[in-house]
Design a protein around this ligand. Sequence first.
Ligand SMILES: [Zn+2]
Length: 522
Amino acid sequence: MRVFLFLFAALTLLASSACSPKSRTPVIPTVDYELTYDLHIKNGTIVDGTGAPKFSGDVLINDTIIVFVGTVDSQKIRASKTIDATNKIVAPGFIDAHAHGNPLAGNNDYMRSFLRQGVTTVFLGQDGSSSNGKIKFSQWVDDVNAHGSGPNIATLVGHGSLRAISGGGEKDKVSAAEQTKMEALLTEAMQQGAYGMSTGLEYLPGRYADAEELNGLAKVVGEYDGLISSHIRSEDDDKVKEAVDEVIAQGKYAKVNVTHIKVVYGKTRAQGEAVLKQIRDARAQGMTITADVYPYLASYGSMIYLYPEWAKRESEFNEAVKTRRPEFETFLRAKIKRRNGADAILISKGEYAGKTLQEVADILDKPPEQVIIEFGHSGPSTAHFIMTKDTQDVFITAPDVSISSDGSPTMRHPRSYGSFPKVLEEYVVRDELLPIELAIHKMTGLTANTFGLSSRGILAKDMAADILVIDLANVKAGTGWGNINAVPSGFDAVIVNGRVTDTVASSGADVYGQVLLKTRGD
Ligand SMILES: [Zn+2]
């Protein structure tokens, strides 16, 4: 991939020199005053998503497509709509490598929370869970297109969902017939336009999948040049190496991605660098392996992370409560301590939303481990403050790691609403750890390349017109743990498929996203 990145940069250089404004003069005929366009973004600072140096210029759009990027003599053309981007960044719309949410659900508001942070395409179907659930993939595509969506929707097939539909459920080992069924379902979805498969190997039922099962499915994904994006088996500091090795093993058969990369309990830069090196070494061996990261130090999920191996399944949990409760409590007490204490676990849903586990324990006058047991098997969703900035900054600033949110329109975590602006605000403007060209590349071109999304992620002629006009100095994520739903600022225009979106309206009349389908050979 290093070689590939170099090639990519070289090609980009070639492309940008071949398409420099000077060599494009024939595009604007001097005599044709009737040359009209649907949209003209003028006088912007263009950051094109490839990582190439920014330059001043204009963008012309007809219908849903970019028809020109370069210097335009405004006197000589007409446009139905013009956006003055003087002193603004003009960039491709962001592509979220790991997103959640249900575009069909009323309370998801057409996924507008993504538009507000500049995201014009989301990748759903993450962590082993298909966005189409149990309905047929093609049916789901029709339903979403009929309903409408703010951003474009692309999706992966969830490995756990394949297991559920095939009858494998939470079995330790799927049968040969179930494996065959899973592979057939995956083949069908890949043929209908899925971008690959996601795994959630730390969750149920993903944690029961062995190499034989995963490799069989990886072969199907590879056959269609798709991607396996993996929530790895463990992100803990002492297990992450082994877990990344498991992804590398599947990389023999398909492109692989370590999603929301992190080192849980990580304290140092060296711990982040070690994981990155492991990935880069595999890439140097010729494997196509990538990663994405969200810029927050708390993870989010269920209480199941805290349970011992023998209490992960619901039946096991109930049995443990009945027959091994003291042992279960002792385990939980140690685990809570390991995860930075009951103050570092924030309840995000239900009666105690917004309170830490310690606060709930104080209210109920019970030790935290008893509170957890009484919540029951799945418990409320929780944020876990188990990362450090030193370790995670390695990934957030790495040139070869994409930015994702891992958020959803309804998830009570600031990453849902502020991931992309936070990187611009803190890493580009405030701390100057990322040049704007690289930050935008990590949010656009790099991600498009990872997923094989060929029509988006770069601001160039013939690409889809997903475009942002960004007032960089005024980009603020806004959101935090005390005001999670705050709306980011600094995104002056968010354009999806050539149409300027209204990021705050609550009707569906102005949503322009569509389901993106992977085409073979894409
Ligand atoms: Zn995940």
